[in-house]
Design a protein around this ligand. Structure first.
Ligand SMILES: [Zn+2]
Length: 83
């Protein structure tokens, strides 16, 4: 995995258009806070699904190709509770 990183490298976010409309109409604070997205594998590739509106956001067809993926995460240690 030469160029893959497990940090947030997102350049442009994928949003449900209906959720964006809701936020623009004053429902929710931001698309990030309002979004309820599921992401999963399909027979063809990868799909992003809006749970709030039960609609497709994006369905990517890998056309049979296999792509490298990094499924690791940065070790996160919760701060200790102060007694
Ligand atoms: Zn939505």
């Amino acid at each position: 995995m030469p160029d893959l990183k497990n940090t947030n490298e997102i350049l442009s976010f994928a949003h449900c258009g209906l959720c964006v409309e809701d936020v623009e109409n004053g429902v929710g604070e931001s698309p990030r806070d309002y979004a309820r997205l599921e992401i999963g594998w399909t027979e063809l590739g990868l799909q992003v699904w809006c749970v709030r509106h039960e609609c497709n956001v994006m369905h990517i067809d890998f056309e049979g190709a296999k792509h490298p993926a990094d499924t690791t995460r940065i070790h996160f240690q919760k701060p200790r509770a102060v007694k």
